[in-house]
Each structure stands twice: as C-alpha cells, then as structure tokens.
Design a protein around this ligand. Structure first.
Ligand SMILES: Cc1ncc(COP(=O)(O)O)c(C=O)c1O
Length: 407
C-alpha cells in the first residue's frame, strides 16, 4: 500500500476503515487453537446461533467470505443459466459476480441519487420472464426500501436476497415496526461479510441469515461439497445400510454427495473471533453514528459538498462516510484525494460502478447505461470512519477537510 505522510509526527496514517481487536478476542481465538477443533467443531454453531439471534432470524450459516455467502445464497435460490437477477451497479464486484458464478445474468437498475441505493421504483420495469432474484445492497449501511422491494417480489413471485455486507447492526422500519438488518423480515436471505473493514471481523468470513428451513438446509449442504452424512437423507440405501439379524445398520463411514457444492467452510478459530466481536457490534454502531454525526455537523455548510441524507425509516450501520464533491467544491475529487493522502489521511472511493469494469464491458454493459451511478462515482470520496478512531483523529480529519474545502 502507498505510504503517506503522518498527520502528526510519529502517528500512523488514518485509513478509511480498520478492525478493532481486543484481548478477549485474542483469548477466544487462542482457546480454540488449543482445543481439538480447528474446523467443523463447536465454535461454528455457537457463532451461528448467536448471530441469528442478534439479527432476529431463525438460522445463520457462517462461511469463508461474504462472496462465498452471496454465491451460496444465489445457488440456494436456484439461480442458473438463463435466469436473471436484478441488482445495483453501486457495490463491490462480488455482488453481481455471485450471479455470474451461477451462470445467470445480472440486470442492473440505476441508483436513486437521494438514497444511493437501488431505485426501487425502477425495479419493476426491468423484470422479465427470466427474472428470479432481486439482490439489493444496503449501500454504506443505509437500508434499502425493503417494503417496496418485497411488495414487488411477492407480486412477481421473485426471491429477495439482501446484500447486507455493509449493514450488520443496522435497522429499518416498516409499518411502524423496527427490524434488524439480517432478520429477513421481508426477504428470503441476508448476506454479511466479516472482512476487517466491515462492522465486525473474522479475518475473512461471511454469513447468510434466513427464516426458511429448507433454504437453510441447502446452504449447509452447498457449504461442504453438497455432501450429507444424515442417514435420513441417503439416496443409495444399498450402499448406506447393512443388516445384522434383520436390524438396519448405517455404514459409519458413509456419506453422499447430492449437489455440486463447495468448500466454503469457516474455521472454528474464525468463528470464535466472530462470536467475541459480535458482543461489541452494538457499541461500535453507536461510535460510528457519533463520528458520522460529528462529520455531518462540521461539513454541513461546505460549498459544493453533498452529504448523505438519512431517512426516518433507517438507523444506518454507517459502514462508510461519503462526501460528494460537485463542480462548486473548492477542489476536485482527485485533488482532494491527493491532498488528504499528503496529510496522512487515506481516503477511498466506493465504488467504481460495476458495469464500467472491463469484464462487464465485455459482457455487453455500456458506459452511459446508468447515468445516476456514473454521476455519483465522479463525485464520491470516502473519509475515515471506524470505531477505534480516536477523537483527536476525527478532529484532525475535520480540520483538514475544512482547510481544504472551506472558502
Ligand atoms: C457490498 C459487498 N458485498 C459483498 C462483499 C464481499 O465480501 P468479502 O470481501 O467478505 O468476500 C463486499 C466486500 O467488500 C461488499 O462490500
């Protein structure tokens, strides 16, 4: 990674996001490392049960990454060649790649510039006879319009899979009731990532939550090569069973591969880290919300700067803090990026619209297809926001941005 000068002598540069690791996290991981089980052991179901209850869902399946979680959810939804899934071009490439992995085609719907989330009002126009899934992203931790999306999905018999990779710990309100992102109150499934820049981490890792038992069972099967060891499900009785004095016995070594699955398992020491981290998510969201509010107040009057709006039906997880620089701003986005780097602040841009990636261009998606996301991309810059940020670092970011962009 590119080296930057420091904000204050001998202090490290401030990244846009970073994990928090405590001594209890380390203790939890070490205790699993000293145990019998490094993988496929008891820490995984314990983490899954705690995550499901945190989100308010019946089931959670922990896997090796958010990308693996998305892929499994798309497979369990039955996506395959010839199908279409509607999604947003404003996400990390993993979102629409997970559709491509299944052989299906992602159909992008532009963002609503007010929310930066998929424009729910546009979704219905893009539904065809091939559409099977709607895959919205809670971009930056701000909830999508699940009420409208689930209404469309019900009417057109489609499956909703939420990409909640930015949104663990966030909440949304539908008909005066608050729900946790991941509760799947208005969707089939919700996917999370535990990459270190996300709300909580397991190093690499991810999970899917759902309330649908058969969907859950398919996820579990696909996570481990499509293999089952459950005698109730065996399809080859002549191989699975033998008889002793007319009593049916199960061959103890026997397993069956019934689907083409993957090795997308998470390890037990990652699950132990996840479990330990999960207990602090609530306090981290509070800290993120406080920093975001401090930035909002400080930057409210900067000329040419658009800040993200919050809506009364969402309590965002504040995964990232975005400034949009219009032509009235004192510096261009690229100039501001360079000046921040020079001052020891490492910004980022979330994201390059997916349809503009060369691979997607080869698939036939074109520049100009989604004007709102392209306009947003030209203006966007992400500032540091993570719970372990010291107050002095937050103040330093504010002072620097005001110095660079104020009149
Ligand atoms: C919105 C979104 N979806 C999916 C992913 C993929 O998650 P992972 O990096 O854990 O595979 C990410 C990660 O950056 C993401 O931001």
């Amino acid at each position: 990674m590119r080296q930057s000068p420091r904000p204050v002598k001998n202090t490290p540069a401030i990244p846009y996001g970073r994990q928090s690791i405590s001594s209890s996290d380390i203790k939890s991981v070490v205790s699993v490392l000293k145990s019998k089980w490094l993988t496929q052991g008891p820490a995984i179901p314990e983490f899954e049960a705690t995550l499901a209850s945190f989100c308010g869902a019946k089931f959670a399946v922990a896997v090796s990454s958010g990308t693996a979680a998305l892929h499994l959810a798309c497979r369990a939804a039955g996506l395959s060649r010839g199908d279409e899934a509607i999604t947003t071009p404003l996400s990390f490439v993993a979102t629409s790649n997970s559709v491509l992995f299944t052989g299906a085609r992602p159909v992008f719907v532009d963002i609503d510039p007010n929310t930066l989330n998929i424009d729910a009002a546009e979704i219905e126009r893009r539904i065809t006879g091939k559409t099977k899934v709607i895959l919205p992203v809670h971009f930056g931790g701000y909830s999508v319009n699940l009420k409208e999306i689930s209404r469309i999905a019900k009417k057109r018999n489609l499956i909703v899979i939420e990409d909640g990779c930015h949104a663990l710990g966030g909440r949304y309100k539908i008909d005066s009731k608050w729900y946790r992102v991941g509760s799947c109150s208005h969707s089939k499934a919700c996917v999370f990532s535990f990459h270190p820049v996300k709300t909580m981490t397991t190093g690499e890792g991810g999970a899917i939550t759902t309330n649908d038992e058969s969907f859950y069972k398919m996820l579990v099967l696909l996570r481990t090569h499509g293999i089952t060891k459950d005698p109730q499900k065996f399809q080859n009785p002549d191989m699975a069973f033998w008889y002793e004095n007319h009593s049916k016995q199960v061959s103890p070594w026997y397993y069956e591969m019934q689907e083409l699955g993957f090795n997308y398992r998470i390890t037990d020491f990652q699950a132990a880290l996840g479990l330990s981290q999960l207990h602090r998510v609530e306090s981290w969201i509070k800290r993120r919300t406080k920093i975001a509010a401090f930035y909002d107040r400080a930057f409210a009057k900067l000329p040419g700067i658009v800040l993200r709006k919050n809506f009364p039906d969402s309590k965002p997880a504040h995964h990232i803090y975005i400034l949009q620089l219009t032509s009235q701003a004192r510096l261009s986005r690229v100039k501001l990026f360079a000046e921040l780097l020079r001052r020891g602040i490492i910004p980022q841009v979330h994201y390059i619209p997916i349809h503009r990636q060369p691979y997607y261009q080869k698939l036939g998606y074109r520049k100009g297809d989604f004007p709102e996301v392209e306009k947003y991309y030209d203006q966007a810059l992400t500032l540091p926001l993570f719970p372990a940020m010291k107050d002095s670092e937050v103040r330093y970011v504010v002072q620097t941005v005001l110095e660079l962009l104020g009149r």
